[in-house]
Design a protein around this ligand. Sequence first.
Ligand code: AVJ
Length: 329
Amino acid sequence: MKYAAGVALPRQPRNLSVVDLAPPPASILQDVCDGLSRPQKQLPPKLFYDRRGAQLFTAICSTQAYYPTRTENAILDRRAPEIAGEIGTAAAIIEFGAGEVEKIRRLLPSLHPAVYAALDLSHEQLLRSTGRLAVDYPWLDVIAVIGDYGADLQSRLSLPAYARRIVFFPGSSIGNFEPEQAQAFLERARDFVGVRGGVLIGVDLVKDASVLNLAYNDPEGYTAAFNLNLLTRLNRELGADFDLSAFSHEAFYNASRSRIEMHLRCVRPQRVRIASRLFAFDAGETIHTESSYKYTPDSFTCVARAAGFHAARLWIDPAAWFGVFFLHN
Ligand code: AVJ
């Protein structure tokens, strides 16, 4: 049975349906011009994930330096039965930013949900990864939702009424939000799942700055390539003329704000044309491309409580580098 309007694709498994809620492409030009018009130039991190960016992110996750992926995976593997005990079977799981659809696999055997909906903007990657999941789990209804976090799931995604709704947000993607936005995201998630629902969320924790700095400066150079790929994308999609050799990757832990900051630093003065606009970059000036906030168990519990969740359960690894929270009402 399908719960969403299916788009016909060649050799699409019967238990996979696709919902396209992608925003119109015009919106990226506006985002880019707005961000580059600020005193501290900035670009939204969602722009990282074009096809090449999604590949580079997968490469980052496989490095020794980038500890969050393997640490969270170990927690999910080890705690799957306990997590499933909290959520219960036959739930409707909605994952935000599902990418390679790797993490839910660790929970499926214990969790046995009724429906798994995966939301992501990288549509090629999403269709490939959900297609494989649907083949591997023929009993599972899989919905690939092409869209960003703002997609109107409440009205555009139909889920079985009996199923407990669980938003799954692994990988510490919540860290990209400013803390107030993180609260707003959790409020929306809470509205979406309703009083019976819950949120299972991975959160990267505050730790020694040297560990954090290395994670965003991997010796293989994937993070640098990921950061610079943003400019390659703007050159291709908006016809911009960024000189890539004039910008360098920078990432550091800002302890006073509990966040990693990623920047692209302009090494010599530049003028860059984007559509009909000209942007000037001084030597030494940066474009702030990403923040990745780190929380403590207490600081994240505060955000969850402010968003209206009354109950939280937390699983962490032995080094306390990463936390998986289950928030409910
Ligand atoms: C996907 C947002 C969780 O902040 O660690 C990894 C993205 N950026 N390396 C993170 C990222 C650089 C990642 N999130």
